[in-house]
Design a protein. Structure first.
Length: 411
Protein backbone atom coordinates (compact mmCIF):
# COMPACT_ATOMS: atom_id res chain seq x y z
CA UNK A 1 0.00 0.00 0.00
CA UNK A 2 2.91 2.35 -0.44
CA UNK A 3 1.72 5.58 -1.86
CA UNK A 4 4.59 6.27 -4.27
CA UNK A 5 5.31 8.97 -1.74
CA UNK A 6 7.47 11.11 -4.00
CA UNK A 7 5.14 10.73 -6.96
CA UNK A 8 2.58 13.53 -7.11
CA UNK A 9 -0.33 12.96 -9.47
CA UNK A 10 -2.98 15.30 -10.87
CA UNK A 11 -5.85 12.83 -10.81
CA UNK A 12 -9.54 12.69 -11.55
CA UNK A 13 -10.57 14.29 -8.26
CA UNK A 14 -8.80 17.51 -9.14
CA UNK A 15 -10.22 17.49 -12.65
CA UNK A 16 -13.76 16.94 -11.39
CA UNK A 17 -13.52 19.81 -8.92
CA UNK A 18 -12.13 22.20 -11.49
CA UNK A 19 -14.43 21.16 -14.29
CA UNK A 20 -17.40 22.11 -12.14
CA UNK A 21 -15.96 25.50 -11.22
CA UNK A 22 -13.86 26.76 -14.09
CA UNK A 23 -14.65 27.47 -17.74
CA UNK A 24 -12.79 25.75 -20.53
CA UNK A 25 -9.81 27.79 -21.63
CA UNK A 26 -7.35 27.49 -24.45
CA UNK A 27 -3.67 28.13 -23.96
CA UNK A 28 -3.01 31.89 -23.78
CA UNK A 29 -1.28 33.21 -26.89
CA UNK A 30 1.60 34.65 -24.90
CA UNK A 31 2.34 31.35 -23.16
CA UNK A 32 4.66 29.31 -25.36
CA UNK A 33 6.12 26.67 -23.06
CA UNK A 34 6.13 25.26 -19.56
CA UNK A 35 8.66 27.84 -18.37
CA UNK A 36 6.30 30.63 -19.41
CA UNK A 37 3.47 28.82 -17.63
CA UNK A 38 5.56 28.64 -14.48
CA UNK A 39 6.20 32.38 -14.66
CA UNK A 40 2.51 33.07 -15.29
CA UNK A 41 1.32 31.00 -12.34
CA UNK A 42 4.02 31.80 -9.79
CA UNK A 43 2.89 35.25 -8.65
CA UNK A 44 -0.83 34.47 -8.32
CA UNK A 45 -0.03 31.19 -6.55
CA UNK A 46 2.17 32.97 -4.02
CA UNK A 47 -0.53 35.56 -3.41
CA UNK A 48 -3.26 32.96 -3.06
CA UNK A 49 -1.20 30.78 -0.72
CA UNK A 50 0.33 33.60 1.33
CA UNK A 51 3.80 32.08 0.85
CA UNK A 52 6.67 32.91 -1.50
CA UNK A 53 9.10 30.64 -3.28
CA UNK A 54 12.45 30.84 -1.54
CA UNK A 55 14.47 29.55 -4.49
CA UNK A 56 14.03 28.99 -8.23
CA UNK A 57 11.79 26.08 -9.24
CA UNK A 58 13.54 23.40 -11.30
CA UNK A 59 11.27 21.99 -14.02
CA UNK A 60 11.76 19.36 -16.68
CA UNK A 61 9.30 18.45 -19.42
CA UNK A 62 9.18 14.71 -20.15
CA UNK A 63 7.30 12.25 -22.32
CA UNK A 64 5.04 9.61 -20.73
CA UNK A 65 7.80 7.06 -21.37
CA UNK A 66 10.35 9.25 -19.61
CA UNK A 67 7.87 9.76 -16.78
CA UNK A 68 7.59 5.98 -16.41
CA UNK A 69 11.37 5.85 -16.13
CA UNK A 70 11.29 8.45 -13.35
CA UNK A 71 8.49 6.60 -11.54
CA UNK A 72 10.51 3.38 -11.80
CA UNK A 73 13.54 5.16 -10.37
CA UNK A 74 11.54 6.57 -7.47
CA UNK A 75 9.91 3.21 -6.83
CA UNK A 76 13.34 1.61 -6.72
CA UNK A 77 14.56 4.18 -4.20
CA UNK A 78 11.61 3.58 -1.92
CA UNK A 79 11.76 -0.22 -2.10
CA UNK A 80 15.07 -1.98 -1.44
CA UNK A 81 15.48 -5.32 -3.25
CA UNK A 82 12.83 -7.74 -2.11
CA UNK A 83 10.63 -5.18 -0.39
CA UNK A 84 8.28 -4.71 -3.32
CA UNK A 85 7.95 -8.48 -3.55
CA UNK A 86 6.86 -8.47 0.10
CA UNK A 87 4.32 -5.76 -0.61
CA UNK A 88 2.91 -7.83 -3.46
CA UNK A 89 2.75 -10.96 -1.32
CA UNK A 90 0.91 -9.08 1.43
CA UNK A 91 -1.52 -7.48 -1.05
CA UNK A 92 -2.35 -10.92 -2.41
CA UNK A 93 -2.72 -12.41 1.06
CA UNK A 94 -5.28 -9.83 2.12
CA UNK A 95 -7.08 -10.01 -1.24
CA UNK A 96 -6.27 -6.43 -2.21
CA UNK A 97 -5.02 -7.70 -5.58
CA UNK A 98 -5.62 -10.97 -7.41
CA UNK A 99 -3.15 -13.87 -7.22
CA UNK A 100 -1.91 -13.21 -10.76
CA UNK A 101 -1.57 -9.43 -10.53
CA UNK A 102 1.98 -8.10 -10.77
CA UNK A 103 2.03 -5.11 -8.42
CA UNK A 104 4.94 -3.22 -9.94
CA UNK A 105 3.80 -3.40 -13.56
CA UNK A 106 0.19 -2.64 -12.59
CA UNK A 107 1.24 0.46 -10.67
CA UNK A 108 3.52 1.63 -13.46
CA UNK A 109 0.85 1.09 -16.11
CA UNK A 110 -1.76 2.87 -14.02
CA UNK A 111 0.46 5.79 -13.08
CA UNK A 112 1.77 6.24 -16.61
CA UNK A 113 -1.80 6.71 -17.81
CA UNK A 114 -2.74 8.97 -14.89
CA UNK A 115 0.26 11.12 -14.29
CA UNK A 116 0.35 14.76 -15.37
CA UNK A 117 3.18 15.87 -13.17
CA UNK A 118 5.77 14.46 -10.82
CA UNK A 119 7.19 16.59 -8.07
CA UNK A 120 10.09 14.76 -6.48
CA UNK A 121 11.04 16.27 -3.11
CA UNK A 122 14.20 14.16 -3.15
CA UNK A 123 15.61 16.05 -6.15
CA UNK A 124 13.26 19.05 -5.79
CA UNK A 125 12.45 18.73 -9.48
CA UNK A 126 9.04 19.19 -11.07
CA UNK A 127 8.59 16.83 -14.03
CA UNK A 128 5.88 17.90 -16.47
CA UNK A 129 4.44 15.07 -18.55
CA UNK A 130 3.48 15.86 -22.13
CA UNK A 131 -0.10 14.92 -22.92
CA UNK A 132 -3.72 16.07 -22.53
CA UNK A 133 -3.28 16.79 -18.83
CA UNK A 134 -0.22 18.99 -19.29
CA UNK A 135 -1.27 22.59 -18.72
CA UNK A 136 -1.93 25.10 -16.04
CA UNK A 137 -4.15 22.72 -14.00
CA UNK A 138 -1.41 20.17 -13.48
CA UNK A 139 1.32 22.76 -13.24
CA UNK A 140 -0.39 24.83 -10.55
CA UNK A 141 -1.05 21.68 -8.52
CA UNK A 142 2.59 20.59 -8.73
CA UNK A 143 3.92 24.11 -8.15
CA UNK A 144 1.93 24.24 -4.93
CA UNK A 145 3.65 21.03 -3.82
CA UNK A 146 7.02 22.61 -4.63
CA UNK A 147 6.06 25.73 -2.69
CA UNK A 148 5.04 23.73 0.38
CA UNK A 149 8.20 21.63 0.08
CA UNK A 150 10.39 24.72 0.19
CA UNK A 151 8.72 25.81 3.41
CA UNK A 152 8.03 22.48 5.15
CA UNK A 153 10.41 19.89 3.64
CA UNK A 154 8.04 17.25 2.30
CA UNK A 155 10.87 14.75 1.93
CA UNK A 156 11.47 14.90 5.69
CA UNK A 157 7.77 14.38 6.39
CA UNK A 158 7.62 11.42 4.00
CA UNK A 159 10.63 9.74 5.58
CA UNK A 160 9.09 10.13 9.03
CA UNK A 161 6.01 8.23 7.83
CA UNK A 162 7.67 5.67 5.57
CA UNK A 163 7.41 2.66 7.92
CA UNK A 164 3.68 3.10 8.58
CA UNK A 165 1.39 2.74 5.59
CA UNK A 166 -1.61 4.29 7.31
CA UNK A 167 0.39 7.30 8.46
CA UNK A 168 1.89 7.63 4.98
CA UNK A 169 -1.57 7.68 3.40
CA UNK A 170 -2.74 10.26 5.95
CA UNK A 171 0.23 12.46 5.04
CA UNK A 172 -0.70 12.14 1.37
CA UNK A 173 -4.20 13.27 2.32
CA UNK A 174 -2.74 16.43 3.84
CA UNK A 175 -0.43 17.16 0.89
CA UNK A 176 -2.91 16.42 -1.89
CA UNK A 177 -5.92 17.77 -0.02
CA UNK A 178 -4.18 21.12 0.47
CA UNK A 179 -3.11 21.34 -3.18
CA UNK A 180 -6.60 20.42 -4.41
CA UNK A 181 -8.15 23.16 -2.25
CA UNK A 182 -5.66 25.64 -3.71
CA UNK A 183 -6.88 24.68 -7.18
CA UNK A 184 -10.51 24.87 -6.15
CA UNK A 185 -10.10 28.37 -4.75
CA UNK A 186 -8.11 29.42 -7.80
CA UNK A 187 -10.80 28.11 -10.12
CA UNK A 188 -13.52 30.06 -8.31
CA UNK A 189 -11.52 33.28 -8.13
CA UNK A 190 -10.27 33.10 -11.72
CA UNK A 191 -13.87 33.04 -12.92
CA UNK A 192 -14.29 36.47 -11.33
CA UNK A 193 -10.80 37.97 -11.62
CA UNK A 194 -9.42 38.49 -15.16
CA UNK A 195 -5.93 38.97 -13.69
CA UNK A 196 -5.88 35.41 -12.40
CA UNK A 197 -5.12 32.92 -15.20
CA UNK A 198 -7.66 30.08 -15.52
CA UNK A 199 -6.44 26.67 -14.46
CA UNK A 200 -8.06 24.51 -17.12
CA UNK A 201 -6.62 23.97 -20.56
CA UNK A 202 -8.70 22.17 -23.15
CA UNK A 203 -12.19 20.91 -22.41
CA UNK A 204 -13.12 19.53 -18.98
CA UNK A 205 -14.34 16.33 -20.67
CA UNK A 206 -10.90 15.82 -22.19
CA UNK A 207 -9.19 16.38 -18.87
CA UNK A 208 -11.47 13.99 -17.00
CA UNK A 209 -11.19 11.30 -19.68
CA UNK A 210 -7.39 11.51 -19.59
CA UNK A 211 -7.29 11.43 -15.80
CA UNK A 212 -9.60 8.40 -15.62
CA UNK A 213 -7.49 6.19 -17.90
CA UNK A 214 -7.02 2.79 -16.29
CA UNK A 215 -8.87 3.44 -13.05
CA UNK A 216 -11.90 1.30 -13.86
CA UNK A 217 -9.82 -1.73 -14.77
CA UNK A 218 -7.36 -1.43 -11.88
CA UNK A 219 -7.79 -3.46 -8.68
CA UNK A 220 -10.23 -1.51 -6.53
CA UNK A 221 -7.84 -1.20 -3.62
CA UNK A 222 -5.12 0.34 -5.80
CA UNK A 223 -7.44 2.86 -7.44
CA UNK A 224 -9.09 3.71 -4.11
CA UNK A 225 -5.68 4.23 -2.49
CA UNK A 226 -4.63 6.54 -5.30
CA UNK A 227 -7.85 8.53 -5.09
CA UNK A 228 -8.03 8.74 -1.29
CA UNK A 229 -5.57 11.63 -0.87
CA UNK A 230 -7.52 13.77 -3.35
CA UNK A 231 -11.09 12.92 -2.41
CA UNK A 232 -10.85 12.36 1.35
CA UNK A 233 -7.90 14.76 1.63
CA UNK A 234 -9.76 17.67 0.02
CA UNK A 235 -12.84 17.00 2.16
CA UNK A 236 -10.64 17.02 5.26
CA UNK A 237 -8.93 20.24 4.17
CA UNK A 238 -12.28 21.91 3.47
CA UNK A 239 -13.51 21.05 6.96
CA UNK A 240 -10.35 22.43 8.59
CA UNK A 241 -10.60 25.61 6.52
CA UNK A 242 -14.25 26.08 7.48
CA UNK A 243 -13.23 26.25 11.11
CA UNK A 244 -11.45 29.52 10.36
CA UNK A 245 -8.33 30.77 8.65
CA UNK A 246 -8.85 29.49 5.11
CA UNK A 247 -5.77 28.00 3.49
CA UNK A 248 -3.55 29.35 6.27
CA UNK A 249 -5.37 27.05 8.70
CA UNK A 250 -3.67 24.14 6.91
CA UNK A 251 -0.14 25.42 7.50
CA UNK A 252 0.23 24.12 11.09
CA UNK A 253 -0.54 20.61 9.86
CA UNK A 254 2.64 20.63 7.79
CA UNK A 255 4.50 21.05 11.06
CA UNK A 256 2.42 18.39 12.83
CA UNK A 257 0.70 16.23 10.16
CA UNK A 258 -2.26 13.90 10.63
CA UNK A 259 -0.92 10.51 11.67
CA UNK A 260 -3.78 8.22 10.64
CA UNK A 261 -6.40 7.88 7.94
CA UNK A 262 -8.90 8.04 10.79
CA UNK A 263 -7.89 11.67 11.30
CA UNK A 264 -8.44 12.38 7.60
CA UNK A 265 -11.78 10.55 7.42
CA UNK A 266 -12.95 12.26 10.61
CA UNK A 267 -11.49 15.80 10.58
CA UNK A 268 -12.70 16.50 14.11
CA UNK A 269 -10.19 13.90 15.31
CA UNK A 270 -7.28 15.87 13.85
CA UNK A 271 -7.96 19.11 15.74
CA UNK A 272 -6.91 19.86 19.30
CA UNK A 273 -7.26 17.76 21.36
CA UNK A 274 -6.32 15.17 18.74
CA UNK A 275 -7.47 11.58 18.86
CA UNK A 276 -3.98 10.08 18.94
CA UNK A 277 -3.85 6.36 18.06
CA UNK A 278 -2.83 3.86 20.70
CA UNK A 279 0.76 2.69 20.53
CA UNK A 280 1.49 -1.02 20.05
CA UNK A 281 5.05 -2.06 20.83
CA UNK A 282 6.72 -3.88 17.89
CA UNK A 283 8.18 -6.39 20.35
CA UNK A 284 4.66 -7.57 21.16
CA UNK A 285 4.22 -9.29 17.81
CA UNK A 286 7.82 -10.46 17.76
CA UNK A 287 6.97 -12.56 20.79
CA UNK A 288 4.96 -14.92 18.58
CA UNK A 289 7.40 -15.00 15.66
CA UNK A 290 9.09 -18.42 15.55
CA UNK A 291 12.84 -18.64 14.96
CA UNK A 292 13.62 -18.91 11.27
CA UNK A 293 10.31 -17.44 10.10
CA UNK A 294 10.48 -14.96 7.21
CA UNK A 295 8.75 -11.63 7.82
CA UNK A 296 6.69 -10.66 4.77
CA UNK A 297 5.30 -7.42 6.15
CA UNK A 298 4.75 -5.73 9.48
CA UNK A 299 2.70 -2.57 9.42
CA UNK A 300 -0.46 -0.69 10.40
CA UNK A 301 -3.69 -1.37 8.53
CA UNK A 302 -5.66 1.71 9.67
CA UNK A 303 -9.28 2.66 9.21
CA UNK A 304 -9.10 3.14 5.43
CA UNK A 305 -7.60 -0.29 4.73
CA UNK A 306 -9.83 -2.06 7.23
CA UNK A 307 -12.82 -0.58 5.40
CA UNK A 308 -11.39 -1.87 2.14
CA UNK A 309 -10.66 -5.29 3.61
CA UNK A 310 -14.25 -5.69 4.80
CA UNK A 311 -15.92 -4.48 1.59
CA UNK A 312 -15.16 -0.81 0.99
CA UNK A 313 -16.91 2.53 1.34
CA UNK A 314 -20.04 1.27 -0.42
CA UNK A 315 -20.65 -1.37 2.25
CA UNK A 316 -22.20 0.26 5.36
CA UNK A 317 -21.24 -2.64 7.61
CA UNK A 318 -17.58 -2.24 6.57
CA UNK A 319 -17.65 1.48 7.32
CA UNK A 320 -19.28 0.83 10.69
CA UNK A 321 -16.87 -1.95 11.64
CA UNK A 322 -13.81 0.14 10.77
CA UNK A 323 -15.17 3.14 12.68
CA UNK A 324 -13.90 3.55 16.20
CA UNK A 325 -10.39 2.42 15.20
CA UNK A 326 -7.75 3.49 17.70
CA UNK A 327 -4.62 1.75 16.43
CA UNK A 328 -3.42 -1.58 15.08
CA UNK A 329 -0.34 -3.52 14.11
CA UNK A 330 -0.08 -6.72 12.09
CA UNK A 331 2.68 -9.19 11.29
CA UNK A 332 2.48 -11.36 8.19
CA UNK A 333 5.17 -14.02 7.98
CA UNK A 334 5.96 -17.37 6.41
CA UNK A 335 7.47 -20.61 7.67
CA UNK A 336 7.20 -24.28 6.89
CA UNK A 337 5.92 -23.60 3.40
CA UNK A 338 2.93 -21.49 4.48
CA UNK A 339 1.98 -18.02 5.68
CA UNK A 340 0.48 -16.86 8.94
CA UNK A 341 -0.96 -13.60 10.25
CA UNK A 342 -0.98 -12.15 13.76
CA UNK A 343 -2.82 -8.86 14.24
CA UNK A 344 -3.54 -6.63 17.25
CA UNK A 345 -6.07 -3.81 17.04
CA UNK A 346 -7.31 -1.28 19.60
CA UNK A 347 -10.74 0.38 19.51
CA UNK A 348 -12.36 3.43 21.06
CA UNK A 349 -14.81 1.36 23.08
CA UNK A 350 -15.66 -2.23 23.87
CA UNK A 351 -18.68 -1.88 21.62
CA UNK A 352 -16.46 -0.81 18.71
CA UNK A 353 -14.12 -3.71 19.45
CA UNK A 354 -17.01 -6.15 19.46
CA UNK A 355 -18.32 -4.86 16.14
CA UNK A 356 -14.91 -5.29 14.52
CA UNK A 357 -14.48 -8.72 16.10
CA UNK A 358 -17.75 -9.87 14.54
CA UNK A 359 -16.88 -8.40 11.13
CA UNK A 360 -13.35 -9.76 10.93
CA UNK A 361 -14.61 -13.16 12.04
CA UNK A 362 -16.91 -13.23 9.02
CA UNK A 363 -14.02 -12.28 6.73
CA UNK A 364 -11.80 -14.99 8.20
CA UNK A 365 -14.45 -17.69 7.94
CA UNK A 366 -14.73 -17.10 4.22
CA UNK A 367 -11.01 -17.69 3.57
CA UNK A 368 -10.37 -21.27 4.78
CA UNK A 369 -6.62 -20.73 5.30
CA UNK A 370 -4.72 -23.91 6.32
CA UNK A 371 -4.41 -23.94 10.09
CA UNK A 372 -7.63 -21.99 10.57
CA UNK A 373 -7.98 -18.83 12.62
CA UNK A 374 -8.82 -17.54 16.06
CA UNK A 375 -9.95 -14.19 17.43
CA UNK A 376 -10.15 -12.93 20.99
CA UNK A 377 -11.47 -9.67 22.38
CA UNK A 378 -10.13 -8.36 25.65
CA UNK A 379 -11.79 -5.09 26.53
CA UNK A 380 -11.02 -2.66 23.70
CA UNK A 381 -8.35 -4.89 22.15
CA UNK A 382 -9.02 -7.49 19.45
CA UNK A 383 -6.47 -10.20 18.69
CA UNK A 384 -6.54 -12.01 15.36
CA UNK A 385 -4.39 -14.98 14.34
CA UNK A 386 -4.66 -16.95 11.11
CA UNK A 387 -2.73 -19.83 9.62
CA UNK A 388 -0.47 -22.40 11.24
CA UNK A 389 2.21 -23.77 8.92
CA UNK A 390 4.55 -26.48 10.15
CA UNK A 391 6.63 -25.38 13.18
CA UNK A 392 4.37 -22.35 13.82
CA UNK A 393 2.19 -22.22 16.97
CA UNK A 394 -1.53 -22.48 16.27
CA UNK A 395 -3.68 -19.34 16.13
CA UNK A 396 -5.06 -20.15 19.59
CA UNK A 397 -1.55 -20.60 21.00
CA UNK A 398 -0.32 -17.32 19.54
CA UNK A 399 -3.26 -15.45 21.02
CA UNK A 400 -2.77 -17.12 24.40
CA UNK A 401 0.85 -15.98 24.41
CA UNK A 402 -0.11 -12.39 23.56
CA UNK A 403 -2.87 -11.94 26.13
CA UNK A 404 -0.65 -11.48 29.22
CA UNK A 405 1.63 -9.10 27.29
CA UNK A 406 -1.09 -6.59 26.35
CA UNK A 407 -0.91 -4.55 29.54
CA UNK A 408 2.71 -3.58 28.84
CA UNK A 409 2.66 -3.64 25.05
CA UNK A 410 -0.40 -1.51 24.29
CA UNK A 411 -0.49 2.14 25.35
Amino acid sequence: KRRMKRTVLALLAACLALAAAAPSSGKPDDVKDSRSLVDTIRGPLEALRGLSFTKPLVTREVTPQEARHEITRILGEEYPPGRLAGEQEAFRYFGFIGPDVDLESTLLDLLEGQVAGLYDPGTRTLFLVKGPLLGSLALAHEMDHALMDQHYDLDRLEKAAMNDDDRSLALSGLVEGEATMVMNLWAVRSSMDPNLPPLTQGSPDELMAAAAVGLDSAPAYLSDSLMFPYVAGSMWAAEIMKRGGGLKALDPYFLDPPVSTEQILHPEKSVTPRDVPSSIAPSLLDAVLPAGARVIKRDTMGEFSIRSLLGGDDVPSAVDAAGGWDGDRFLLASAGGGRFLTWISVWDSEEDAGEFDDAIGGWLRGRKVPGGFATRRKGQVVLVAEGAPESVPSPEERIAKLLPLLAEGVR
